[in-house]
Ligand binder design. Sequence first.
Ligand code: SF4
Length: 221
Amino acid sequence: MRYSHIYVEKAAYGYPLTRKILSKLEGSTVIEVAHYKDIFDRPRQDLVFQKQHPALILAVRTGARVFRGAPVCQSFGQRNFYYASSIMNCPFDCEYCYLKGMYPSSHTVVFVNFEDYRADVEEHLSQGPMYVCASYDTDLIAFNQLTGLADSWCDLAEEHDDLLVELRTKAAPPELRSIPNVIYAFTVSPEAVASRYEKGAPCSSDRIRGTGFGVQGKALL
Ligand code: SF4
């Protein structure tokens, strides 16, 4: 995955994940910015053009990071349902994607301060078990090779039996870590739909073949 331009928040430079990502993307033009919203939240952006030529933005997530799940969202009967966004936007380009109407930009924002997400989750866990959907506004597994953030969520789940993490994906990773309290949620569309409407995503047979479909999560709450 190549990005011709990477915008880096001044505050993000000191984070190991920033250095790791920049080292993987040598040759890209790196531009320092004061705040990621200076790029991401500009008005009148061309989302279609940006989807074809996305830039990467590395930023520090301040303020709230873990949110209560909305009642209209699927909680699958889990209590203490939360979601978190450690990346915004997706490498794929599904025609029906709700992110097109949610964000003012198609550029990808990666928040490099996962340790703060960890602290927030652990603070919630001190009140009781929780179910966190960590890949609503992105595809963390598709970005894992670049960012390692799907692994970070898996690590956190491995450390806390009372944390149930859901990772949604349309990727076809060669392997997935089998962790009882991680739910891998796959979209497996009919090939006619996948090839026509899910641009850039692996075909459904590759998604099935890539994952082996043998990993099961468990309900905790
Ligand atoms: S995989 Fe999901 S998040 Fe990514 S473009 Fe498709 S619908 Fe949107």
